[in-house]
Ligand binder design. Sequence first.
Ligand SMILES: *Cc1c(COP(=O)(O)O)cnc(C)c1O
Length: 441
Amino acid sequence: MSANAALLARSLAAVWHPCTQMKHHEQLPLIPIARGEGPWLYDMDGRRYLDGISSWWVNLFGHANPRIGHAIKDQLDRLEHVLLAGFTHEPVVELSERLAALTGHRLGHAFYASDGASATEIALKMSAHFWRNQGQPHKNRFVCLAGSYHGETVGALAVTDVALFRDAYAPLIRPASCVPNPDARQAMPGETAVDVARRAAAALETFLAEHAGETAALIVEPLVQCASGMAMYDPEYLRLARALSDRHQVHLIADEIAVGCGRSGSFFACEQAGITPDFLCLSKGISGGYLPLSIVLTRDAVYNVFYDNDTARGFLHSHSYTGNPLACRAALATLDIFAEDEVIAANRHRATRLGEAFRAAVGDHPRVRHLRQQGMILAFDVADAPPDFARRYFAEALQRELLLRPIGPTVYTLPPYILDDVHIDFLARRSAEALEAALAG
Ligand SMILES: *Cc1c(COP(=O)(O)O)cnc(C)c1O
């Protein structure tokens, strides 16, 4: 038995894998990974895979990155963890200051948790609690966009509009309202992405005109709704949503868990619309893909409404690992790389190359639709894809040393920010080959 096969059998017996129907593993490969280096993952038998999805969108600067690794090791010898209630430490202070500076000091208060779904929960709770402290406790409902994804805990599922993730748990959930999204693929003949954005904003305006009195916040994924299939939209929607939120006294929560940290082409996606949300959620890439960490940034105006002699008017939410020093050091090392390597500028060239390579590889394919890109996210849809297309494509890509996991009929790549031209050509060419094989198979 190969090393791969041995570990695979033990994993299937003992580990319940996420987002997986375990029975599918009777046919589908499960890949035991032994180590990573840069954009490559290596399995137990020494085969390699180019990580085209940054290990679920978290890894920004490659696996086994020496700069991030060094920072964590240094922190490990000083302080691995201390509770953040009643205590503080240099890494969490510095990280909060640097994130505030990145927002132009408009979001100057950072609240910490360990995963994205918790950041969503925190933003929702803070918003509703804000209105309660303001004497408006009836403002406790939320509005999200059709096709939104904000995490899978019971509170986050309430603002997540992906039927597969939500239907089984519907009786547990107090659902939010859903308004039309501005997905540019909805453009009718002669319409632009801006026209679609304006149409969706008009629907939001109608909703708020009627329901603002009971609505605490609107939550959006700025520029790209990732988990529902990389739906991209014009920044005009964010400008209009910001103006409508202000006019109707509703908070705007920007969930930048996936699109933040340079993924959209700017450090925060909201920058491209020139707006500041009331709450900004970060996770995934913020620690470089090293340790679980999430952060909710908010304004003075929100913070001040909780600042009081009365304990119950404070925000009493907590997680055991809130502000973990190791995770904060990983995040500081990640921000150092952004600054030292001028990553946002370097990614402009990388993103252009990525677009060119994919247009050359699949742009003229008769089944490819809506080849689209936002910064370091590139996606296309496959027309008339068979129902098991995503799993077939995943398996065919693995055969070709490539890790890509389509969402339904949407093939996408969301790679680490270290790909060179050779990696990019490899990614585009092998992904086109996997497409042929998945459609032929
Ligand atoms: C991944 C994701 C989440 C949830 O983060 P987890 O760490 O998986 O809980 C929330 N919102 C968006 C936009 C995401 O992409």
